[in-house]
Design a protein around this ligand. Sequence first.
Ligand SMILES: NC(=O)c1ccc[n+]([C@@H]2O[C@H](COP(=O)([O-])OP(=O)(O)OC[C@H]3O[C@@H](n4cnc5c(N)ncnc54)[C@H](OP(=O)(O)O)[C@@H]3O)[C@@H](O)[C@H]2O)c1
Length: 252
Amino acid sequence: MKKVENYSVSKDLLKDRVILITGAGQGLGRTAALTYANYGATVILHGRKVEKLERVYDEIEAIGKAQALIYPLDLAHAEDKDFIMIAQAIAQQLGRLDGILHNAAFLYGLSPLENQTVEQWRAMLQVNLITPFALTNACLPLLKMAPDASVIMTSSSHGHQPSAYWGGFTVAKAGIEALVKIQADEWETIPNLRINAVVPGIVNSPQRAKTHPGEIKQTMRQPEDLMSTYLYLMGPDSRGMSGQTVFCQSNE
Ligand SMILES: NC(=O)c1ccc[n+]([C@@H]2O[C@H](COP(=O)([O-])OP(=O)(O)OC[C@H]3O[C@@H](n4cnc5c(N)ncnc54)[C@H](OP(=O)(O)O)[C@@H]3O)[C@@H](O)[C@H]2O)c1
């Protein structure tokens, strides 16, 4: 369980790298996409709603960075073939993939287990756990060809300390950390592949506003405050680090 502090980098940290970000239309995903693009990467913006992705695309274009790609897909209904199609599109249009930030998340809302349904659990496990597994697998041939590929999965403090009302969401996040450890173990002999989990902590975002509507947004950490950790994990300085859970907030 690590924390990255005082990390400063040059603006070409991610130069020539191609990075796929899921859930890039808002919140942490949007900020990570803008940050990675700003540090030299070509980013593939995945999300469910095209309009949101187009807005991020325009923001990247406005700062004069490498042209992004947009790939909309509803993960709640995605199957193996859909993930393979993403990998094929990346291979055809960009010819390489150097990293994935698995950021997309779905929560039905907080409620006691006795009120949660199979349908809700299926959707939460599909978006939050099955997708990172399946999308990584589909992209593996591309990642294996990259000189220094980094996969980041997004966990949550609730994944460590499960508590009432978080139900299937927390079970999926706990599963993410197990998945990271299994995958890191299996990649131990492949030096150009690494995988880690990031735990954002409390951050102002549309998801946070949904689960904690009473909080004062202005006094919360903003997605930008976490980007040194996201850059460190995606860039070359974390090479050799794998199977770790990295906390963005010291009290987690
Ligand atoms: N914010 C926090 O305080 C906090 C704390 C701990 C962990 N995290 C984790 O950090 C990550 C980002 O959090 P956030 O607060 O920025 O989240 P957010 O604002 O809710 O954004 C989630 C993203 O996931 C996408 N998504 C949801 N369901 C999808 C589906 N079925 N198919 C495709 N895309 C889907 C959304 O796309 P559309 O907008 O296109 O629907 C959205 O861009 C998540 O993994 C979250 O669990 C956040």
